[in-house]
Design a protein around this ligand. Structure first.
Ligand SMILES: [Zn+2]
Length: 320
């Protein structure tokens, strides 16, 4: 072997050794390759007899997808001049679940602002009501919207504002807000506004909203049928972006994943690792796929003192 190549190998081995040491935990007990063809069959796991691990495997199957859709072009709508209709495209994703806590930034509107805070509490919580904004300019992030509702005199309010990065809270959860356009929705519903601005990763905004929604469902003992669109109360075309892009059902699927994860797997650690340059460790497709391609990833699962690695592959459809 030529000396240079030998040194290169030596270097690589050393590097592997060092990075291996840094990882601390070893997840090498068992590695299962799960065929993506089986990914849609929730009860086909043939590797594990322990019922608790079987539940975990079923959950992984719920997240795995045989194909990753490229997201069709969709539109955001704005009342601002020049942003009336903004064409947007995001790449696809896989909804990798982690049991990180829902992080909420508190920006509760001052009580003196009675236009925003009616000052009454709900007697019962029956719904979670989903909205999206009609302010498509690139500055209208959740942070900006939260600031503007804090300084607004418009009689409109909701509890949480979410985008692809953050979640802000404007009302105490048990307070009544004005968002649903009818008494039933306002008096019994928690309002969540998705801030959809030009440049948004809508997939991530949907996932963040799903995480918050599932957390609220568990807190208030609600079911998936209780997750409503603004449209369901007043007929308003809201959340318009999800409705027009036909992504409402997909949103509910994301809520279910988060719900199961938060309800049943709070004591399970999931560590996702992409094995492809087109996919990141959060499950986002990060580069244009061109002709269509396979992407693979693994998830390290740590539960009850036992660690396992599962490997999956998905077909990433070609970009349009
Ligand atoms: Zn709405």
């Amino acid at each position: 072997m030529n000396k240079k190549i030998f040194l290169l190998f030596l270097f690589v081995f050393l590097l592997m050794g060092i990075s291996g040491c840094n990882k601390g935990q070893k997840f090498i007990e068992e590695a299962y390759i799960l065929d993506p063809k089986e990914a849609l069959d929730l009860h086909s796991s043939k590797f594990e007899d322990d019922p608790e691990w079987k539940e975990i495997e079923n959950f992984l199957h719920m997240i795995a997808k045989k194909d990753i859709d490229t997201i069709d072009r969709f539109y955001l709508y704005g009342s601002e001049p020049g942003y009336e209709k903004v064409a947007t495209q995001n790449y696809g994703y896989l909804p990798f679940y982690t049991n990180e806590e829902v992080e909420i930034i508190n920006e509760i509107v001052p009580k003196s602002n009675t236009d925003i805070r009616p000052g009454r509490n709900r007697t019962k919580t029956k719904y979670i009501v989903i909205h999206n904004t009609g302010m498509a300019s690139p500055v209208m992030t959740a942070s900006r919207l939260s600031q503007s509702i804090n300084n607004s005199n418009r009689q409109a309010s909701w509890h949480f504002t979410v985008d692809d990065h953050e979640i802000y809270q404007q009302l105490f959860i048990d307070e009544i807000g004005w968002h649903a356009g009818n008494p039933e929705g306002n008096n019994y519903g928690i309002g969540i506004e998705m801030a959809v601005y030009q440049g948004i990763d809508l997939n991530m905004a949907m996932r963040n909203t799903a995480k918050l929604t599932a957390w609220l469902m568990l807190a208030y003992n609600l079911e998936i049928k209780d997750v409503k669109r603004h449209y369901d109360f007043s007929g308003k075309n809201c959340p318009q972006v999800l409705i027009e892009a036909e992504r409402w059902e997909e949103f509910l699927d994301l809520v279910e994943i988060e719900y199961y994860g938060q309800k049943y797997f709070s004591d399970v650690e999931f560590i996702w690792e992409s094995l492809s340059t087109k996919l990141d460790d959060e499950g986002k497709i990060i580069s244009k796929a061109g002709k269509g391609d396979n992407v693979s990833y693994r998830v390290k699962v740590n539960f009850n003192g036992k660690k396992k690695i599962y490997q999956f592959a998905s077909y990433l459809e070609k970009m349009i």
